[in-house]
Ligand binder design. Structure first.
Ligand code: PEP
Length: 257
């Protein structure tokens, strides 16, 4: 089955509103309506306060680039100081949220159960989740990568039905490759992405698993993107550093075509 590639930029905690408007405008200026429209999905995930300004720029320009959050809380409202809910990002026009990024798991103690609650809150509201999974170097050295990553996938989708899961995306992001300049080889990335798809097939059947997009993330850049995207189970990228400059992000988008 042909899956439309997705190139997603995770800006992390970078860009003030002013900077976000400039970067979004730069991406929008390079958007090629004739070529990009149908063949690649493009997503930027700025910090919460930048979501509305970024969305406004893209709407004004009629640029088919979606906006997503980097995180979200599972309750709709209430006494949860500092959190942002799904209805809040939905009102802005977000298509999705990243959930379970390794920085959230490692630095903010996000558990598999939290990730699962977030996935459910998103799909119940009609948004999709980009579920991040990935192993540490210690897990890889033990030879337990696939077992570990596939258990994260199962936990994230526990109790999520096939129709909702089909809208979601899984991003394989080995922790040792994020922001380190050390990329997984295409073969390493493909092996884990294939195992993720096999897990999705086990949960939801082959048809759904073939529809769902599996991304690679971890020091993806202009130099390695072609070999990674050439792998049959890698349907795009979740990109941190290289998404912070319009020029490199746009080149990654073009590599999907
Ligand atoms: C990420 O944050 O999801 C990521 C993959 O970062 P980087 O591309 O900088 O490694």
């Amino acid at each position: 089955m042909k899956r439309t590639p997705l190139m997603a930029g995770n800006w992390k905690m970078n860009n003030t509103i002013g900077e976000a408007v400039v970067l979004t405008q730069e991406i929008s200026n390079q958007y090629d309506k004739g070529i990009w429209g149908e063949d690649v999905d493009i997503l930027i995930c700025p910090p919460f306060i930048d979501l509305k300004p970024a969305k406004t720029v893209l709407e004004f320009d009629k640029t088919k680039v979606s906006v997503g959050a980097q995180n979200v809380y599972w309750e709709a409202s209430g006494a949860f100081t500092g959190e942002i809910s799904v209805p809040m990002i939905k009102e802005i026009g977000c298509a999705c949220s990243i959930v379970g990024h390794s920085e959230r798991r490692e630095l903010f103690g996000e558990s598999n159960e939290d990730v699962n609650r977030k996935v459910k809150a998103l799909v119940e509201a009609g948004l999709y989740a980009i579920v991040c999974v990935g192993e540490s170097l210690a897990v890889r050295d033990e030879g337990a990568t696939e077992e570990y990553v596939c258990a994260q996938v199962r936990a994230a989708f526990a109790g999520v039905d096939a129709r909702d899961a089909a809208t979601c995306v899984v991003a394989y992001e080995p922790i040792w490759a994020i922001g380190t300049g050390r990329t997984a080889t295409p073969e390493q990335a493909e092996a884990v992405c294939a195992a993720i798809r096999a897990t999705l097939a086990d949960l939801y059947g082959d048809d759904i698993a073939q529809q769902m997009r599996v991304l690679y993330g971890g020091s993806m850049n202009v130099g390695n993107v072609d070999d990674l995207l050439a792998q049959p189970n890698i349907d795009g990228g979740l990109v941190g550093g290289a998404s912070l400059k319009a020029e490199s992000f746009v080149q990654l988008v073009k590599a999907c075509l």
